[in-house]
Design a protein around this ligand. Structure first.
Ligand code: NAI
Ligand code: MG
Length: 339
């Protein structure tokens, strides 16, 4: 029995999280879901977007499946996602982008994994204005890149590549201009690559990498990069396979791992019953894989792929004009998972 913190989240969150729970439960893997509040739902009931009970639950279970959270505008709340990242040292943001048959993107044969450093770089939060007589004359942002931070994210990428039987790790940087921060990342990447002679290693400069991702996405396997570049490249990769409704991500840390869809709470369609639960369901499959439940994870992925390829029970974001909703696609996936 695995005990897992479950955060339904806001907007479309509760509907797609419920679909994911039903699909995961249909695999027969025994899970004790520890339901907790966060986001607007928590503000409304407890006056705090990230209550201590929720943090304590993640601390105890070390695993969390999380629906999207609406970031409260105003009111001075910190971003829940940033707080979680810091609280649990979630240093690796891992996002697969694998083409689906049955979607109408022009890019085919994409099968890549972005491994983004999630705690350092330009997102370290060291920013200030320089003011003279009350006028902002400059702004400075300090990118922090530590040896320890580089080593653990690059090792994570290589270890992942080995485990997933992938062939190549591509390190993305801008070391020609950012000689220190990107330079150190690249230098450490080259050192660590020697420990993994079975995995090919190369590096790309980030701007050229963007062009190559669009022109030859099939030539990428595992990408490892610093925080800002990873933020941008992983969205680009998500776009290559058909976008938000299909892309899941994991935040892996030393103290916990949190699995989620890449998209937000989609308030524009929150009460329409048409949200695509695929990304959330695939986040559940990534979680099962992390737990070592490989067969169950594969069954879910295959079921999702089959349902999207067949195209009979998909939501309108996949097939415009479709009258199927969240429940229809979830039911079709559950049928296939049960076999
Ligand atoms: P969004 O991702 O919620 O929506 C963008 C567009 O994509 C909307 O048109 C939406 O209807 C559509 N969409 C998103 N997910 C979909 C799905 N599963 N099925 C069908 N269509 C889908 O981004 P937006 O509107 O910028 O943000 C809404 C709220 O979500 C904000 O409060 C934002 O802060 C929050 N957010 C939370 C995240 C998280 O908790 N990890 C991530 C991104 C945004
Ligand atoms: Mg982003």
């Amino acid at each position: 029995m695995h005990r897992i913190t479950l955060i339904p989240g806001d907007g479309i969150g509760p509907a797609i999280v419920e679909a994911a729970v039903q699909v995961i439960d249909a695999t027969g893997v025994s899970i004790d879901w520890d339901r907790q509040l966060a986001g607007m739902a928590a503000v409304e009931q407890l006056g705090n977007p990230l209550p201590e009970e929720t943090l304590a639950s993640i601390r105890a279970n070390r695993l969390c499946l999380k629906g999207p959270l609406t970031t409260p505008v105003g009111g001075g709340y910190r971003s829940v996602n940033v707080t979680l990242r810091q609280a649990f040292n979630l240093y690796a943001n891992v996002r697969p982008a694998v083409s689906f048959e049955g979607t109408d993107t022009i890019f085919r044969d994409v099968n890549l994994m972005t491994v983004r450093e999630n705690t350092e770089g330009l997102y370290a939060g060291i920013e200030h204005f320089i003011q003279v007589d009350g006028e902002k004359i400059a702004a400075e942002s300090v990118a922090v890149v530590t040896r320890k931070g580089c080593e653990r994210i690059i090792r994570y990428a290589f270890d992942y590549a080995r485990k997933a039987q992938r062939k190549r790790v591509t390190l993305v940087h801008k070391a020609n201009i950012l000689k220190c921060t990107s330079g150190l990342f690249l230098e450490i990447g080259r050192e660590i690559a020697k420990e993994y002679p079975d995995i090919a290693f190369d590096d790309r400069i980030v701007d050229a990498c963007c062009m190559q991702l669009v022109m030859k996405p099939e030539s990428f396997d595992v990408i490892v990069t610093t925080n800002l570049f990873g933020d941008i490249l992983s969205d680009l990769a998500a776009g290559l396979i058909g976008g938000l409704g299909l892309t899941a991500g994991a935040n892996i840390g030393t103290d916990a791992a949190i699995f989620e869809a890449v998209h937000g709470s989609a308030p524009d369609i929150a009460d329409k019953g048409i949200a695509n639960p695929t990304a959330m369901i695939l986040a559940g499959a990534m979680m099962l894989e992390h737990l070592g439940e490989l067969a169950a994870a594969r069954r879910i992925e295959q079921a999702v792929r089959d349902v999207i390829r067949e195209g009979k029970s998909v939501t309108p974001d996949i097939k415009p004009g479709s009258t199927c909703g969240t429940r229809d696609i979830a039911a079709a996936i559950i049928d296939k998972v049960r076999g």
